[in-house]
Design a protein around this ligand. Sequence first.
Ligand SMILES: CC(C)(COP(=O)(O)OP(=O)(O)OC[C@H]1O[C@@H](n2cnc3c(N)ncnc32)[C@H](O)[C@@H]1OP(=O)(O)O)[C@@H](O)C(=O)NCCC(=O)NCCS
Length: 161
Amino acid sequence: MEHFQRHWAESGAGGIHFMPFAPGDPTGPRGVSVDEAFSALDQPGWQRWFCAHDVASGLIIGHVDLKSDSLNTGLHRCELGIGIESAYRKNGLGRRLMTEAMGFVRESNTIDWIDLRVFANNLPARSLYQSLGFVEIGTITDRFRIDSQRIDDVMMTFQVP
Ligand SMILES: CC(C)(COP(=O)(O)OP(=O)(O)OC[C@H]1O[C@@H](n2cnc3c(N)ncnc32)[C@H](O)[C@@H]1OP(=O)(O)O)[C@@H](O)C(=O)NCCC(=O)NCCS
C-alpha cells in the first residue's frame, strides 16, 4: 500500500496523468485487497500482485496487478494494471513484471484474455504493451477530465495463446 500511495502521488506530475483520479481525490483507487489477493481463480473478484522491490531499501517500487471480472461469466478474462515508481523506470522492470504476470496467466489454463486501458498520451506504456503483443481495440474519446485536461482512453487486449 505504501508503494501504491507513492505511485499514485506521481500521477499528474508535469501535467501527465496515468490514473483516472485527480490528485487527492477521496474516491481514489482501492489498491490491494488482501482477501481477494488470495481468492481462487474461479472466484469473481480475485486479484494477483507481482511486485519489484529495491534490495537496498527493502521498499516495493513497482507492481503489476491482475484483477478478475466481477461476474462468473467473465472469469476467462482479467484486467491488468502496472506502475513503476519514477526513479526506477527505464531499467527493464516494467517489461520483467509484465512478462511474469503474462506467464502466470498462460499457466492458469483458465484465463484466455488480458484486457487493459491506457491514456492515449501515455506513449511509454502503449509502446510496452504493443511490444508484448497487446492489440488496440478501441478508444473512448474524452473519457476522463482531470484538471481541465480531456483524456482519451485506449482499450487494449491480449489473447493468451
Ligand atoms: C509504462 C511503465 C510501466 C514502463 O515501465 P519501465 O520499467 O520504465 O519500462 P521498461 O524499462 O521495462 O521498458 C519497456 C518498454 O517500455 C517502453 N518505454 C519505456 N519508457 C519509455 C519512454 N520514456 N518512451 C517510450 N517508450 C518507453 C519501451 O517500449 C520499452 O521497450 P525497450 O526496453 O525495448 O526500450 C512506466 O513508465 C510507468 O510506471 N509509468 C507510470 C505508470 C503508468 O503509466 N502505468 C500504465 C497505466 S495504463
